[in-house]
Design a protein around this ligand. Structure first.
Ligand code: NAD
Length: 348
């Protein structure tokens, strides 16, 4: 779509909170506009279309995909719909920006990547933490070599109490969500720290998962997912990531990203560079402009379509990210470490 004169015409399927963040992102970018919205909830579709003056409304995504004017689709749906609806959109010739997690498994993410490649369309994952001001600024320091070779990362997304349920309880149903805290919020923390470490290839994972907070959801809701997962991941380049993620834990909530390299280390919060002077530790406060991660994420997607570029959160990275999550869940189930080579050999 290089040298385009018209705007990228986007559609949003799924008008929950993330869907609305995507919609606003396209609206503020002068190179894009939203021309269609789709949700099962007809009233919601009508309300959003009226508020944002969107001409085309649908309650069925297949009907929406027949609209030849749509160039790109944001898939902001429950996890079990990421793969099938992204694949439908790619096969209909649309570019796709799919919400996190990429899918329920690496196998689904692979099918999505293959479909994007066959149709020569952009498939990008909406991994919004990469687009926050501090993360972008730190990534720039990493690119400039300020941290040296990064060999350790630690990431946490820990809620004391905060189990989402979603429409018809899909968040806490393994079949529909693919997992619990790890696939829902752990994916944000893991992806962010992994990207800052230049996305090394994972080789081995060890994980433990727990489910102790069923009493926090209504009795009639099926609950068969992890509410806490802890993991260690080893990479081809020798690096290590330690991850902790919980929807509920009897400790204070915590959200952190830490990376350490041969020259310096850094944390996103407090946003600080940890370096050395005369053999002693020296802390250097960092700062970054405050930006809206969702706007930046959508802007990047639009830019990739217009300039024919590979997204930073690409289809291939989505597969690797899902291999790590699959590996952690399998390791937790087996009670032993799992090799990523075995995960990919199983077609995952
Ligand atoms: N990036 C973030 O910070 C962030 C935050 C929350 C959720 N998410 C992700 O966004 C996705 C959606 O989460 P949610 O909390 O909005 O879920 P949700 O249960 O609120 O569902 C979103 C919307 O999708 C609609 N929907 C469901 N099935 C549909 C279908 N077949 N066709 C059309 N519309 C359909 C529902 O009616 C609902 O309005 C999930 O994958 C979740 O992981 C991301």
């Amino acid at each position: 779509m290089a040298n385009q004169t018209t705007k990228v015409r986007a559609a949003i399927v799924g008008l929950g909170w993330p869907g609305m963040q995507h919609l606003k992102g396209y609206t503020v970018d002068p190179r894009s506009e939203v021309i269609a919205v789709c949700d099962l909830d007809k009233t919601r579709v009508q309300e959003v279309a009226a508020e944002y003056k969107i001409p085309n409304t649908y309650t069925n995504h297949l009907e929406m995909l027949k609209n030849q004017d749509i160039d790109a689709v944001s898939v902001c749906l429950p996890n079990f719909l990421h793969a099938p609806i992204s694949i439908d959109a790619l096969n209909a010739g649309k570019h796709v920006l799919c919400e996190k997690p990429p899918a329920r498994s690496a196998q689904e993410a692979k099918a999505m990547a293959d479909t994007a490649a066959q149709n020569r369309k952009t498939l990008m994952y909406a991994l919004v933490q990469r687009f926050d001001g501090n993360t972008q600024q730190l990534k720039q320091l990493v690119r400039e070599g300020e941290l040296g070779d990064i060999y350790f990362g630690k990431a946490g997304y820990v809620r004391r109490r905060g189990i989402p349920i979603g429409r018809e309880g899909w968040f806490v149903d393994k079949e529909r969500a693919g997992g619990g805290a790890l696939i829902d919020i752990g994916v944000h923390a893991l992806d962010c720290v992994w990207w800052l470490m230049n996305s090394p290839r994972p080789v081995e994972v060890m994980g433990t998962s727990y489910s102790h907070f069923k009493h926090l959801v209504p009795d009639n809701v099926k609950y068969d997912v992890d509410d806490a997962t802890f993991a260690q991941i080893l990479f081809e380049n020798g690096a290590t990531i330690i991850l902790e993620t919980t929807w509920a834990l009897n400790l204070p909530g915590d959200n952190y990203i830490k990376v350490a390299g041969t020259k310096a280390g850094a944390t996103l919060s407090p946003f600080t560079l940890y370096t050395e002077e005369n053999g002693k530790g020296l802390d250097k406060p960092l700062s970054a402009p405050s930006i809206n991660g969702f706007d930046e994420e959508v802007k990047h997607f639009v830019e990739c379509i217009v300039d024919d570029k590979e997204p930073i959160s690409s289809a291939e990275q989505g597969i690797m990210l899902m291999q790590m999550l699959d590996g952690i869940y399998e390791s937790a189930e087996k009670g032993q470490s799992v090799s990523i080579a075995d995960i990919s050999a199983k077609g995952k």
